[in-house]
Design a protein around this ligand. Sequence first.
Ligand code: TTP
Ligand code: MG
Length: 345
Amino acid sequence: MKKNIILHLDMDYFFAQIEERENPQFKGKPVVVGADPKEGRGRGVVSTANYIARRYGIHSALPISKAFELCPEAIFLPVNMELYQQVSERIMEIIKKYSKAWEQVSLDEAYLDISFLASYKKAEKLAQKLKKEIFRKEKLTSTIGIGLNKLIAKMACEKAKPNGFLIIRPSKSQNFLELLDIQNLPGIGSKTAEKFRQMGINTIGELRKPSKTKLLDMLGKVGETIYERVRGIDERIVSPEEIVKSTGKEHTFQKDTRNPKIIFATLEKIIKSVYQDIMENNFSFKTITIVCRFTGFETHTKSKTLKKPTNDFEVLKRTAKMFLLRFLVENPKPVRLIGLRVKIC
Ligand code: TTP
Ligand code: MG
């Protein structure tokens, strides 16, 4: 029988590691990349932080004001997306040399199907070689996980972070999963985890007890996926066709606002910037998503998938404005952030 061998690679503290590389004087200090903290009054969020800053409790998506409170002496840097994108492209060029079946998942993450090696020993050698090549060419560390499917490979990678390597042989997959906390399973967020904890379920092993029907009742359709994942089942294939690229922009207002002039002028700017990005990359878009965050972090999103891809500016503008207007009509609270994202193809 053919052995499936899947590799997952994820760069360590990607944005912050690139900043450290560019500024060696930051090494050994807490580094936070994200919005301007403005002495604690800043209103955006953390994109990422190096592992030293993480010791203070700082992590991706944390409000930047909170990060400042936790570690005011950290080095706070703005997001230099252009640079990170260039680095990402070079890394992906290296990765895809290692297998014809590769899939980029985000700027710093990719899967490779290396089943053609037919041996976990050879897979280990390939992984070490890949990690070394990235480090030699880019001076950046990465972590690699290997397993019999995407799920196991990704979870192994998470477990081995940072600058690590973990290989889970097929016969060890069940043991590996069993003792991990339920929140290590992709798809289980803190809210879902809380529901299970109240039922006395804390580990993935314990999450094998509820029947499929019970999980479907509790979680809806995703219950079926969870039922399979806790048993190590994941049939998703590694394929570049599956890459869903997206581009987007968001803006956090200086002060929460209900002023329609300010809100819609900002949306206009966001639409233009996103559209420019689409055109520069010669893409069209198919799905449009609008995000609106109100006071208190209450966040609403709405998406529309078009019948076929387009690059019509008017369609983008009309849809974005209509959705945002609907959010404002339905919710009287002041607005903290608005954003627009499109899936490109
Ligand atoms: P991740 O791979 O999730 O995080 P990371 O590379 O910073 O850290 P590690 O993998 O070692 O745990 O995300 C890759 C980059 O994507 C990250 O450097 C910054 C960006 N990012 C955001 O801007 N906001 C987010 O909420 C997350 C999760 C990531
Ligand atoms: Mg990463």
